[in-house]
Every structure is written in C-alpha cells, then in structure tokens.
Design a protein around this ligand. Structure first.
Ligand SMILES: [Zn+2]
Ligand SMILES: [Zn+2]
Length: 237
C-alpha cells in the first residue's frame, strides 16, 4: 500500500490509518449497519458511513451556530473545528463551510431566508467524503456555492441566482489548485476566504475578517504540506 493512499485520519473503530481506494468496495457501516459502496475504509475491514462519521460534528456545528454572535466566518469555523470530537478530515467539513458563511451573513445583520442556516447544514452534509479527489470538486468550494444558493433562494430554474451560485463555487474552487493531498482544514479556510471576497465583490455583503489563522492541526495531518501552506505555524508542531 502506498503512503499517499493512507491518511492520518484514522479508523474510528480501531485507530488504524484509513485506506483511500480507487475501486469501490461494498461495506457495512460499523455503527448503523447499512450497506454502502465505499472508497475510504479501514484496512481491518471497519467502515463508518458519512452520516455516522459526521453526526457528532453536526451537533457541535448546530450548537456553535445557535450561540455565536460572530460575523467573522473564520472565527466561527475555528471554534467548531477546535472541538475534540471533530475529525481532522471528512465530509462534516462540507456542512461546516456553507453553514458558517450563512450564519456569519446573518450575524452581520443582513437579511437571510427563514431556516437558512439549517438548510445550509442539510445541503452541505449531503456532499460525500473524498469528493475533491474522486469527483474533481472540493466539497468546501461546493459549500461556497451552496451558501450563495441558500442566501439568494436559487433553484435549478432561477437564472441569475443559479448562475451566481455556480460562479461562487468556481471562484472558490479556483483557490484549491495547490498540487497537494487534501487537507479539510486548509480547504475549509480557503473556502471561507473565497466566500468573503466573493460576497463583497458580487453581492455587496461585507463580513468581518480577523487575523490570519494559524493552524494547530499540523501534527494530526500526515499529509500536511507544512511551509507550503499559508496557515502552517511551526510553533504549533
Ligand atoms: Zn479499523
Ligand atoms: Zn453509519
């Protein structure tokens, strides 16, 4: 097995490094028992489906978003990710990105549609793990488009709004060509930076942006690109 097919994000059952396969295999989730075609699984045969993998984080995300008054998306994201139950990588990050953007827009005093934050969580949590490498679109970048869709009420039949949501995804995705293995922390942070820029330029929505984030997760990420990452902080390792 090649090193680049493994991840420091370990099996939730036995702690071994996960396999990122290229051929789908059928697995039963160790928690809910449902059967899934799987590309990411434990070499010992364990498998945790995206729903079970994300459950704790989505609860944490909802709690933070209900209580925070912050209009700084980066600050909200870092708070959610700092919870010890949030995994290093995984599809829960796909829900965090759109939900955090929508919550920050709301907290900044802009009108948002009824139930917008929950809608962003629901839609974001449907984007599967590994989407960047297996399907060619980073789930964080999709989250920026999802946030715009939720904010504008876009549907497949709306002209301008649908187009704007796709433009937002493309804009964020354009920041992801780094030639490196995925890092869900890096991608989520970049997605939010892209969102702040896009919302300002294209929707006249101005969000707070604080100090540049210093990453505290390098030691947990086997594929960390270290100095090549703009969030890398040598003092945290
Ligand atoms: Zn295992
Ligand atoms: Zn499950």
């Amino acid at each position: 097995m090649q090193t680049d097919m493994q991840s420091k994000e370990n099996c939730a059952v036995c702690g071994r490094a996960l396999v990122y396969g290229t051929e789908e295999v059928t697995k039963n989730c160790d928690f809910c028992g449902n059967e899934y075609p799987a590309l990411i699984y434990c070499p010992e045969g364990h498998y945790v489906c995206d729903t079970c993998h994300s459950r704790a984080t989505l609860d944490i995300l909802r709690d933070v978003l209900e209580s925070t008054k912050s209009a700084d998306p980066a600050e909200i994201l870092e708070k959610v990710m700092s919870h010890p139950s949030v995994p290093m990588h995984g599809p829960e990050h796909h829900a965090m990105v759109p939900a955090v953007i929508v919550a920050a827009v709301k907290n900044a005093g802009y009108p948002v549609p009824e139930g917008a934050v929950e809608k962003a969580i629901e839609r974001g949590s449907k984007v599967p793990g590994g989407w960047c490498g297996f399907y060619g679109v980073c789930g964080g970048a999709i989250g920026v488009g999802t946030a715009v869709s939720v904010l504008t009420g876009a549907t497949p039949l709306t002209g301008e709004a649908r187009s704007l949501a796709n433009e937002a995804t493309a804009f964020a995705l354009g920041k992801m060509f780094d030639g490196a293995p995925r890092c869900c922390k890096r991608a989520s942070r970049k997605s939010l930076e892209a969102a702040v820029e896009f919302l300002k330029k294209r929707m006249d929505i101005h969000l707070n942006t604080g100090e540049k984030v210093k990453c505290r997760y390098a030691a947990r990420n086997r594929e960390c690109i270290k100095e090549a990452c703009s969030y890398y902080d040598i003092s945290s390792v």
